[in-house]
Design a protein around this ligand. Structure first.
Ligand code: 6GU
Length: 249
């Protein structure tokens, strides 16, 4: 997977992405990062400036169309119709399904805005998807791009050392939240590890974990319960625990 990022802060993208799991995947050639500095594509006469006043007035500077377009042409040279994702709070909200869809692509172009916005004409010409990471406002598109890149990268085969871990986690297979986990020691600050986890009975452990996931999802994210994939034992537990109001059973 090749990530192309159009940004005024390529160091920020490089620093985060070359760290930890995504960094390891880059070293092994599974992921590639091409961070392009939009400022390098400023018009000659403007001496490195890429922003200007907003027509019609109002506070804030606007990123001009031409430097953004030139940076895009440089980054996307040789690519045929890549997805071009513009990071904006006006966009469609990013989620795990969208991450899985984007993980199928060979190349993704991320456009990160700053200042008060980007000239609409270049957006109309190059952007395929406008994406937000949630209902709050950030100072620029770099953190949203990194959030999306991380969520997409871990779905690329081979990026996670244990391939299964991407599958069994929250939201993916069954649409439920993760169960709680414990490690040594058996007692910490007077708190015991749930005894069933020490029983050595894998069937009982799996059942307990499943029930914890069902409970947690009802308590914390009732909005997810309707989308959960349930079997007969799940439905029995849901009735016994009085969670019928949350789940479609
Ligand atoms: Cl994609 N950009 C900015 N600037 N703020 C955001 C966002 C994106 N998503 C949520 N807030």
């Amino acid at each position: 997977m090749n990530f192309h990022v159009l940004t005024l802060f390529p160091e920020m993208i490089e620093a985060a992405f070359t760290t930890s799991i995504t960094g390891r995947a880059m070293a092994s050639g599974l992921l590639n990062l091409n961070a392009v500095n939009i400022r390098d594509y400023a018009e000659e006469k403007r001496k490195g400036r890429i922003d200007d006043y907003s027509y019609g007035g109002g506070a804030g500077m606007i990123m001009q169309a031409e430097p953004v377009y030139r940076a895009f042409c440089a980054a996307a040279a040789g690519l045929e119709n890549p997805r071009v994702l513009f990071m904006t709070p006006q966009g469609r909200t990013f989620d795990q399904h969208f991450a899985a869809e984007l993980a199928q692509e060979k190349d993704l172009v991320f456009l990160c805005g700053h200042y008060e916005g980007i000239d609409q004409r270049v957006l109309d010409e190059i952007v395929t998807d406008e994406v937000s990471i949630g209902d709050y406002v950030l100072t620029g598109g770099e953190l949203p791009a990194l959030v999306m890149m991380d969520a997409i990268a871990r779905l690329v085969p081979g990026v996670l050392s244990n391939e299964d871990s991407a599958q069994t986690e929250s939201f993916m297979g069954d649409g439920l939240l993760e169960y709680p986990q414990y490690s040594r020691p058996e007692e910490w600050h007077g708190k015991q590890v749930p005894p069933i986890l020490l029983s050595g009975d894998h069937g009982k452990v799996d059942r307990w974990r499943r029930e914890q996931s069902l409970l947690r999802t009802a308590q914390r994210r009732p909005d997810l319960c309707g989308g959960a994939v349930l079997d007969k034992k799940d439905r029995k537990f849901i009735r016994e625990a009085g969670l019928e109001e949350y789940y479609d059973i």
